[in-house]
Design a protein around this ligand. Structure first.
Ligand SMILES: *Cc1c(COP(=O)(O)O)cnc(C)c1O
Length: 422
């Protein structure tokens, strides 16, 4: 995003043009920025540990165009469900380029995961005997809960430690691998995903140390040569203006250092290092363009836009901050205003008080920053306010990558029994 005078542009295209062509609300992704983010993260780690591969966690922004960009950059896919595996397959990713990190799997999830030949990061020891009923995978990984997790955006996305539903308790990890080895599984990896949006560089080497102390003992006692260790995602981005960014170089260097030290300490043959970030690639490369439709002066002044909590769920769902710009008015005198969507829910009053241009008016375009991660993917159709369009921008070019939903999409797949029509 940049300013051309007081006009906001994404890539080289003014948001006024994007709004005129595609309408609002619309998610807009900057392809060049996604690629640059990926390369920065990849190079930071690969520089210190060349046997390194990244998997894009598809749930973060699941548009196939975006997943294709990640594939072209060299990423595999990390999938949370069978449908995400199918999505990965549809863009040409399969086998060991796909990780299945779903949790609390059904028998059908397990069966289809096995049939698709992807690598399971099994979230619990109890799933192993169920999986073995359907087949013996060539390679297996377990998701370990190393006892500690963290997040910058509230406890909702802290994914490890005693309060989390994810991963295997450290005390059960040895048994899990022992059981897998006894079942004839030959190749092994290990996985963790302990938190999301972390900008503290020291966190990554710290949790890596925790995981490696658990896995190192398993490697030693069970004589397992781990082929890979997957440190999960969690590379954070700043959401608030002035918030410090993650020192990626430091995180990568220190993590690689701990990784080497621990593999040596436990006499492990150096495994491939894997990570599966997502927010870091697409978060700050995605924007949400909306329109101010109506302004109410009541107990306070409330600005009503077409960006409701159904379009961007994060603020209402876990109190996340998203910075908001008003096109053409950013340098105008400011005042504290509220901002809401059009849903019949008071949680849709998602900005209670924010410094915004005092002369914000009906028809103005607003741009929500850092909307690329967990934006569209978490959106829904409540109140008949349907899902937004998605647009990809590459320099001077823009391309529609998902149609705006229509009425037909709202009633598709519903059935009215004949007698109810009488
Ligand atoms: C969501 C998720 C990720 C990506 O997390 P980010 O914080 O966006 O990097 C990685 N791995 C797993 C298993 C996930 O569920």
């Amino acid at each position: 995003m940049k300013f051309i005078g007081d006009q906001i542009a994404i890539g080289n295209i003014p948001v006024t043009e994007l709004a005129a062509e595609y309408g609002t609300p619309t998610y807009v992704y900057d392809e060049q920025k996604i690629r640059a983010n990926y390369r920065r993260a990849y190079q930071a780690f690969a520089k210190h540990y060349p046997d390194f591969k990244m998997f894009y966690a598809v749930k973060c922004c699941n548009n196939p165009a975006i997943v294709n960009i990640m594939r072209q950059e060299g990423a595999g896919a990390d999938c949370a469900s069978v449908n995400e595996i199918l999505l990965a397959k549809s863009v040409g990713l399969s086998g060991e380029n796909v990780m299945f990190s779903g949790n609390f799997l059904s028998d059908s999830d397990i069966r289809q995961g096995l049939e698709s030949g992807v690598i399971f990061n099994l979230d619990d020891i109890s799933i192993l005997p169920r999986l073995l009923k359907f087949g013996t995978p060539e390679m297996l990984s377990f998701r370990v809960n190393p006892g500690y997790g963290k997040s910058n955006v509230g406890e909702y996305v802290t994914n490890a430690g005693p309060g989390a539903k994810f991963g295997i308790h450290p005390d059960q990890v040895m048994d899990a691998y022992r059981m897998a080895k006894a079942a004839g599984i030959k190749r092994f990896g290990a996985h963790m995903m302990t938190g999301s949006c972390i900008t503290d560089a020291d966190y990554f080497p710290f949790v890596t140390g925790l995981l490696m102390d658990i896995i190192g003992k398993v490697a030693k006692e069970l004589q397992i040569d781990f082929e890979f260790i997957d440190l999960g995602g969690g590379l954070g981005i700043p959401y608030k203006p002035g918030e410090p960014a993650l020192d990626l170089e430091k995180a990568a260097e220190k993590t690689a250092e701990v990784f080497r030290k621990k593999t040596a300490e436990y006499g492990m043959k150096p495994p491939q290092l894997k990570m599966e970030p997502a927010r870091f690639f697409v978060g700050n490369a995605g924007y949400l363009i909306g329109t101010v439709h109506s302004i109410k002066d009541s107990y306070s002044r409330i600005i009503g836009t077409d960006i409701g909590m159904n379009v961007l769920a994060r603020p209402a769902m876990y109190g996340s901050y998203h910075h908001i710009y008003v096109n053409g008015k950013e340098s105008h005198p400011r005042t504290k205003l509220g901002l809401c969507g059009q849903l019949c829910e008071n949680t849709d009053f998602w900005v209670k008080e924010r410094d915004l241009p005092a002369d914000i008016a009906e028809g103005d375009l607003i741009v929500v920053e850092n909307a690329g991660a967990y934006g569209f993917g978490m959106s829904y159709q409540y109140n008949g306010r349907l899902r937004a369009a998605e647009v990809l921008v590459n320099g001077d070019k823009s391309m529609l990558i998902r149609d705006r939903e229509q009425f037909e999409d709202m009633i598709r797949h519903t059935h009215v029994p004949e007698y109810l029509k009488k």
